[in-house]
Structure formats: C-alpha cells, structure tokens
Design a protein around this ligand. Sequence first.
Ligand code: BGC
Length: 767
Amino acid sequence: MKQYFKLDEWRVIEEGFNPEENKVAESICSLGNGHMGQRANFEENYSGDSLQGSYMAGVYYPDKTRVGWWKNGYPEYFAKVLNSTNWIGIDIKVNGETLDLAKATVKNFTRILNMKEAYLERSFNAVLSNGNEVKVSSKRFLSAVYPEIGAIKYSITPVNFSGELTITPYLDGDVKNQDSNYDEKFWDEVQINASTDISSLVLKTKKLDFHICSAMKFDIVNGGVKINSAVTTDTKEKFVSNTVNVKAEQGKEVVIYKYASNVTSRNHAKEELATKASEVLTKAYNEGFDTLLAKQVEAWAEKWKESDIVIEGDVEAQQGIRFNIFQLNQTYTGEDERLNIGPKGFTGEKYGGSTYWDTEAYCIPFYLATADQKVARNLLIYRHKHLEKAKENARKLGFKKGALYPMVTMNGEECHNEWEITFEEIHRNGAIAYAIYNYVNYTGDKSYLGEYGLEVLAEISRFWKERVHYSPRKGKYVMHGVTGPNEYENNVNNNWYTNRIAVWTLEYTLEVIDYLKANEPERYKELEAKLQINAEETAKWRDITLNMFYPVDEELGIFLQQEGYMDKEQILVSELPEEDRPLNQKWSWDRILRSCFIKQADVLQGLFFLEHSYDDETIRRNFNFYEPRTVHESSLSPCVHSILASKLGMQDKAYEMYLRTSRLDLDNYNNDTEDGCHTTSMAGTWMSVVQGFGGMRVKEGKLHFNPFIPGHWNSFSFKVMFRGALLKVNVTKENVVITNESNVELTVAVNGKDHLVKGNEELIINN
Ligand code: BGC
C-alpha cells in the first residue's frame, strides 16, 4: 500500500509524470454523469501504457462465452459494457512533431480530479525532440445538467519558440474492449458526417443493434482572439477529424474549446441520432464552456448539499469519503430504471459493467439516505422487471418453480459462466429480497409490497423451497453445493449465511402475505390468483423456517461458515508472510480453496443484515473468530467489518477498517485499481460512517443514532434524507447537533433517548 495521490479535502492530486502509475490515475480520475463516463485518458495522442475507456450507460455487447469446458446451464454470452467512441481526442503537432508524453520530456505534470465541481484538469510542460517546449493545461467535464454533453478546454502556450501548431480534434469509433473474448471489435460504422462545423459519427453494435452517435464542434482562440483559419476534414473507417493550422506566438496561449454530444438509441430513434446529436450539441455550444461549467458547479453543489460527509481533523479520511461519494453520485443518478450500478461504474471494463448483488446488499442504503426515494425504488423495480428472466433462469437449471436472479446481468439473463458462481452463489437471491425489506423499513412505503414486492419475494421463496432438501439423518432441511459470499470456498454444504438468508426470505414473505391480507385484501386476492399461492405452499415455507439446519460450533459459541470449516488447518492472517498477499495474486487457486482464509464477510454478512436478531455477545464472538481469518480481498469486505466493529464498540478496529474501505482505490490496497475503481463498495464506505460511526438505524419507522468519534477526528457530520426530512448530523467531542434542513419535523432517538427535531430547527444533545 502506498499513498500516491496528494492529500486534499476536495481534490485528488497526481503530481509528477509516472507512466507506471498512469492506468491507476486514469481509473481514479474517471468522470461520469449517469448517462456516460470515461477514464481520465489524455486528450492528446499517448503511445504509452493506457486503458482507453469511454462508456455509455446501458449500451452493452453479448460477447460469446469463452470457457475451458462447457457445462450445461452456462449462459451463451457474457455481457460487456462497451468501450465506445473516443470523443475527447485532440491531436497536437508542434512544428510537425506529434505531442506525445511518452516521447517528450515532461515537466511539472499534474492531473487533478476536482470532486467538488466535478471536472478533471491537467497541466504540464513538454519538451519535444525538436527542442520546442509547450505548456499545456486542460479541463474537462461531463455535464450533470445536460447528460449527453461533454466539454473540454485545452490550452497550449509555446514556451521557447513561435511556430505552427497543427490541431486535430477527432471522434474515433475504431476502439476495442481490452477484455473482448475473441479479440473482436464490437462496433460497425453506420454513418460519418464530416463537416467543418459539426462532424459526427454513428455506430452500431454488431449484435443487439444498439446505435450511438457522437458529434463534435470546436472553437480555437489564439492570444485571446477567436480565429477562423481554414478547417480541413478527414475520415477513415469509424473515424472523423478536423484539422486547423495555427500560427502560435511564443508566450501566447492558444485555447481549443471542444464540445461533444453522445446520444444513443436507448433514448432516441435510431434514424434521428445524428440530428439529435447536432441539436443538443448546438445548444451546449451556444451556451459556451464557461456557462456550462458554472451550471456544472451549481448542479454538483446541490448533490453535495444532500450527500456530503465532513470530517474535521483527518484530511486522509476526508478525501477518502468524498472520493467515494463523488464516484457514487457520478455513476448512478436514478433517473432511468433500466440502469443499474456496475461494480466498476464507468471506470473500467472489469465485471462488464453488469449488475451484481452489490447493488442490493451495499448500494441501496446509500441512495435511500442521500437521494429521492424514487431512486432506490427504481433500483428495486429494475429487478421486478427482470422477474420473468429470473424464472427462466431457474427453469434452465432444472427448477420447477421459482426465480433465481443472476449473479451477473445486463438484461435479466445470467451472463456469468463459472459454475461455482453461476450455479452455486445463490445467496444473491436473498440480498434481492432483503433490499425490499430495507426499502420498506427505511421509507415506510408499504405500497411497494402489493405493487411489486410480493411477486419477487414469492418467486424467490419458491426457489429456496426447491433448493433445500430434507435430511432424515439430521431431521432438518439442508442446502448442499453452494458458494457463500466468501468465494474462497466452493461447493460447500450448509453455508450458514445462505441457509440463514433463505429462511429469512421465507419468513419475510410470509409476513408480507399476512400484511397484505390484513391491509390490502383486494390486491392480495389478485396476487394470490396471479401467483397461485396456496395454504399448502405457505405451510411448507413455514416448515422450512422452523426446521432448517445451521452449522454451529458449540464450544466456540459461533456459527460455522459451513459444515467442516473447523477441520481446516486454522491459521490467522497475521501469521501469513506479507509477500503472500494478496492471496489471489500469489497463491494457486487450489491452495486458496483448501485454506481457512476468507475473502469477505460471510457469517458476518448475515449478522450485519440481521443484527436485530442477535445479541451483541453473539456478534462479538463471531467477529472475533472470523475477522482474523479474513483477508478482505473483496472490496466489499472491510466496510461490513467496520460497521460491526463500531456496533461492538471496537473503535480502533472500526477505524482501521474504515480507512481501508475509504482509501481502497486511492491507495490501491488490493493492487488492482488500474482495472477500474470498486464503485459498489464505495456505498459500503458511506455506510461505515453513517451506520458505523454514526450508529444510524431505522427501527419501527424511527431514526436512531448512536454515534462516536473515531480515530483522531475532531468532528464529523453527515446528511440523511428520511421520510421527507433532510437532517444534518454533526458529531463533536462535546455534543451531537442535529439540524433539520427541511420543514418536516420528526422524532429521532439519540443514544436510546427520543428527541423531537422541528422543521428548520437545531437540536443539541450534550455528551
Ligand atoms: C465479490 C462479489 C462481488 C463481485 C463484484 C467479487 O470479488 O466476491 O461478492 O459481487 O466481486 O463486486
């Protein structure tokens, strides 16, 4: 672990040109606006090591599956978020020589992600081999106000010469996915419009017929004067450019303003894409860079107003949390219920940009508390829309009834193809059910249950019913051949977490049925008929809830991760040599599977979700046993441990785990940030502050706080939206101050005692 980026409360700063860190910095400084996103690639040509990445939300490709040995039930394809048109490109030639930082001598290099105002800036001096030195600075952003728009301001000043700059803004659709299974390119050209005014490029995917269009327009200002030099156009396959030659004078800045629009057939008719792209581009161009940027700053001020966390006295922790909140807010805005949150957001290709259980298990609480209720609701509806596909998926695997949601999906179909995950990591179904509970518990919106919730819950319950079997020897129901959240074990019997979340789903489904029968009898009748729920079936569900087998170790007083876990050689992570870690990069898979080491919270994931069912001592015994065996090689791991440690009063551990989760990418803990950031786990970081240090819980419709100040912080504050109110909770060494930034009054419990917080008033509770 190393701290490569400079500390700052609102910015992530890279200083010095270090090509070996370029891909990490490209991931970290990525930009997005819900509709599209991109890695922090350079605008000018760069022949060094880089992962070019520009992504359009919801535009994907079903890449043909590649496996060593085909197994029945595998999906035919692995959906991938597509690397799409590079619209940021601006090639620069200085007296005929291409500006390329891999070939120039680079001085004073900085790349800065401004999180407060959501833009990326870069500056450097480059001495080319012809001896010409230029000073360059660039600024770009993806508009939060006009999601289809991106804008760049790129300035070059000749330092030691006067001469010719050849400036070539372009759109390049001839791009590939690094993770393409058969080294194929996924785009075909549909139309190129080469013009000296607006040039555009329409592409379509080779399968599924997604169409996208990028359009560009630019201005050049030389020494403060907008110039009208001759513009030439050029085209190649899937490529269009404009070129302008500029007489640049020593010491005088030449500024290029490049505007681009990126539209897709997800939102517009295919035949109209080029026209639409021109329309939105013209509007943005007419507003101009400075106005667009001012609107960007304003829009982000609003986002921060609702979701900022302020930490005083610890800039490392402050930068960490803002980085996480920033990435979450730029990845998913909740306006489009067809979209979801890929584990890497818009920062890389890994995980294919697909939807995982991460959304339900980790992201929902963040969006519940920091955005309008409809955002989390849309995330739930996304799964409701995929219910038929989840039923098909279960049939494909041989289940007569029920729904098995995919581990990895774009459109509801499973697209992961490792048997131990695709077929066995079925606990994801439980997280999808749990998210419904979480949403209703937080918002009080019980209408969701009758409208959508029960249909999903009933089908998941049916799956669990068929997936367990009765063991006459044990006199209990058991579940064999599963993989728990800890992917460092496969094909285990009676994974405690999976058994527990299955039973919890059945119990909750029965509870929801009772609720609907009593409160929405008409709607329940409709659902009963539609879903054909009968007494025999619900009796069976209840029987399973009462007679499930759970592995435990009586002597240690813990739940066992799975049967036989204690027969493994018991070694602690502290006994592992430093050079053996991360295990997944240093050990053979065989060695990992046989070891006792745990990738991420497993039993503890269950205790985190269902903490209300266990006393603190039970949670403590399990925490003390499992945490020292956990290598946290999934980004989803440290946050759960941090929250549990906070609950147990283990403040140092909670803080250690917090730093690890909040700076996981910034400090490249798992040595994999070059592939992209761990966006979904960032919601876990937020939870470790709000639910961990803030001790926030919702119990019977009321917000509870049980805060403490970790580490060497002087104070911290966070914002939460709850049932129409917006609260700012500020925790200092002396007191807890809750400011109601809305008109809606509500009662909150602080350290177990109720307090009324009136609209627009402040409540001060002294320690
Ligand atoms: C974790 C999974 C997670 C996936 C995507 C894996 O490394 O083990 O739990 O869903 O990453 O974040």
